[in-house]
Design a protein around this ligand. Sequence first.
Ligand code: SAJ
Length: 396
Amino acid sequence: MGLGYIGLPTAIIAAKHGIDVIGVDINPKVVEVTNRGKLHIIEPGMEEMLQEVIATGKFKAYTTPQESDAYFMVVPTPFKGDHEPDVSYVEAATRAVLPLLKEGDLYVIESTSPIGTTEMMANIIFTERPELKGKIYIAYCPERVLPGNVIYELVHNDRVIGGLTPESTDKAIGFYSQFVKGELHKTNSRTAEMCKLTENSSRDVQIAFANELSLICDKAGINVWELINLANKHPRVNILQPGCGVGGHCIAVDPYFITADYPAESKIIATARNINNYKSLWCAEKVKNTILEFELKNGRKPVVAMMGLAFKPNIDDLRESPAANIVGNVVKICGNTEILVVEPNIQEHGTYTLTDYREAFERADIVVMLTAHNRFKELPWDEKKTILDFCGIYKK
Ligand code: SAJ
């Protein structure tokens, strides 16, 4: 249920391992495109695999669920209101498969979910189908793949599997062991739900620490990249890298699933979110001030190169990208300044005319490094330009 960034690759990999897979998505366009062997998500190597499993007849997409032996909820859990998790898609997917459930079936939630969601869905199932009580297996099993490396990680990562009962955990392990080579760790559903949220919150907190250091170092006149490199020479210190904020659909989102339900207890997690959000605003302010200073000093407007739109290095994914937000913010406020927007990993953009990264660097008076793409690392350091390096292009 759900043929998005995780559901579709999972369906394809399972089919590739010989499992008969029915992919379901409420969006008819997704179903049509998928059945034509075209990938509607960005994931290297996945389209060839999709075409293969369609050809072998192991995979087909539909707009409504079909009777199966195991059902997987892999739908989005967005926000409603002020960062409150919205589990209505998980509930809708659950209600859609409810009439099809039969004795012995496995029902798994993979969607990132607040603590207690699996129990809540079990309640819905048993309220509507009381005769299934004790006769079906219910578990929570989050994925932890890194976008861009999904084919490898779906198979090789360890997974945490939390059943409502030990029998449910075993049943789910039986399923996943057909294609997962990583270790499958047994737990209960609440721990598995919290484990997913913990992993991404942990990374968010660690990035916030690096971002906080970058703000301190900027004021103190210290090169933060050199500082972190030196601190990491300590055998028990491993600081992550500062950047222009935290993007993507996971790390900047999942911590709110904890803070929404446990506001009094989740102080560090909430502060980390604020620091990482603030870092993007700080970067945008820095760019605007640098433009003003240039004008005052030179009596003309500068040419500005904004280097990168993607949410992390060497990908073409612009979802929830702090770099894209900063570009939007600067373009809005400094509309009459010539701003060259660069993203070498995409061909075109709906709003901006893109400039080649070498040309933009050459022409710019102010160069703003937003995403640490490898290609930008070939560019020289140029004393004549003002370079704002928010992502460590020149850290060496
Ligand atoms: N970032 C930094 N500094 C760093 C590392 C990352 O600023 O040192 C920024 C990146 O630029 C990016 C954001 O953090 O904007 C997130 O990037 P990422 O590569 O750390 O993670 P995602 O969002 O692509 O994938 C994460 C992964 N989770 C963890 O590493 C704990 C992945 O394993 C999860 O499956 C995924 O979230 C998910 O779906 O939840």
